[in-house]
Design a protein around this ligand. Structure first.
Ligand code: NDP
Ligand code: OXD
Length: 321
């Protein structure tokens, strides 16, 4: 652990992730700052910044000199899960590395469904040689992106390069090159009618919790070239009603799903999702937070903040993301 008190001390508060690699990167990027995993008492005045992933509830609440919280993820629902969150600025990850990783995931999964990956893998398991001669072109498929933020916009651009039509949905009105944009409650119906493959890159907020439910699946277009739509959720598990997804697959309201995130992670070994043929599961692996990419910009922000410069990538507490 670094022990240098020339600048504000950093509290690294993680659960579920091992701290060593983060400490190593912090020590490299901020040799002039002390880093600790625990405050010296609940009102430790030496802590100026907290770098967090699912911090323990109430850990930050009494730190008198805490100036900002840095989330190690793009999503900040894990930060807001603390009911005693102090009223200091929250900075989230916006990083070309994370964005590129997410777009790779989205393009991979969209192409996999579009090019009949699940079906051909099942055929391979049964040693069946059968070409589906009805393979559509990318231009015949519309991908609908729920969430046109940092991640959604980049994924949209890369899907356009592959030749897909792209539509998108956001909370506030947006204009994105090559994307048919819809916004708010009024735009949801037209958006759901517009696409064949839905990619979810929404944050988890009180407004979006359980948004992926039966009512929404019923409203999705069933007239496209894929028949029932495909759902790809790389946002958060809390966005989805999991019982509704299973029954929507059974009823044919959805033709297939890729789920990177679940209400409960890791996914229970008894979960029915594991054995469903129309379900692709990845273990919250769509876009990892990589210490060597994320820590330098975080430390730069701390230094800038101490020089009196404004923080960037701030979370809007009222909107919840
Ligand atoms: P942004 O904040 O940049 O974008 C969020 C988008 O969602 C915005 O377009 C926003 O609308 C829209 N949105 C928010 N609330 C609503 C709502 N109520 N109705 C309609 N649209 C809404 O986030 P990012 O793109 O950086 O990240 C998105 C999410 O991806 C993260 O919050 C996180 O949960 C998830 N994620 C998952 C990872 C994984 O590995 N599975 C990795 C990284 C992130 P507007 O533009 O109007 O503000
Ligand atoms: C994130 C994540 O929010 O990895 O960045 O889930």
């Amino acid at each position: 652990m670094t022990d240098n008190s020339a600048k504000g001390r950093i509290l690294l508060a993680l659960t579920g992730w091992t701290p060593e690699v983060w400490i190593k990167e912090l020590a490299k990027a901020a040799p002039d700052r002390a880093v600790t995993l625990e405050p010296d008492g609940e009102a430790d005045p030496s802590i100026h910044y907290a770098v967090v992933w699912k911090q323990r509830p109430a850990l930050l609440s009494k730190l008198p000199n805490l100036k900002a919280i840095f989330s190690l993820g793009a999503g900040v629902d894990h930060v807001f899960a603390d009911p005693d969150l102090p009223d200091v600025p929250i900075v989230r990850v916006v990083s070309p590395d994370l964005t590129t990783r997410m777009s790779e995931f989205v393009v991979w999964q969209v192409l996999d469904h579009h090019r009949l990956g699940p079906r051909y893998r099942a055929q391979q398991a049964d040693r069946i040689w059968h070409e589906d001669r009805g393979q559509k072109a990318a231009r015949d498929i519309t991908v609908g992106i729920m969430g046109l933020g940092e991640l959604g916009r980049d994924a949209a651009a890369k899907l356009r390069v592959m030749g897909f039509e792209v539509s998108g949905w956001s909370r506030t009105e947006k204009q994105v090159d090559g994307v048919t944009c819809h916004a708010g409650e009024a735009g949801l119906g037209p958006f759901l009618a517009s696409a064949d493959i839905f990619v979810v890159l929404l944050p988890l907020t009180p407004q979006t919790r359980s948004i992926l439910n039966r009512d929404l699946f019923v409203r999705m277009s069933k007239r496209g070239p894929l028949g029932a739509p495909v759902l790809i959720n790389a946002g958060r598990g809390g966005l989805q009603n999991e019982a509704d997804i299973l029954s929507a697959l059974d009823e044919g309201l959805l033709s297939a799903v890729t789920l990177d995130v679940f209400q409960q992670e890791p996914l229970d070994s008894e979960s029915p999702f594991w054995s469903r043929p129309k379900v692709t599961i990845t273990p919250h692996a769509a876009a990892a937070s990589v210490p060597s990419s994320l820590i330098v910009p975080i430390v730069r922000q701390m230094d800038a903040h101490e020089r009196g410069e404004p923080l960037s990538n701030l979370v809007d507490r009222k909107a919840g993301y």
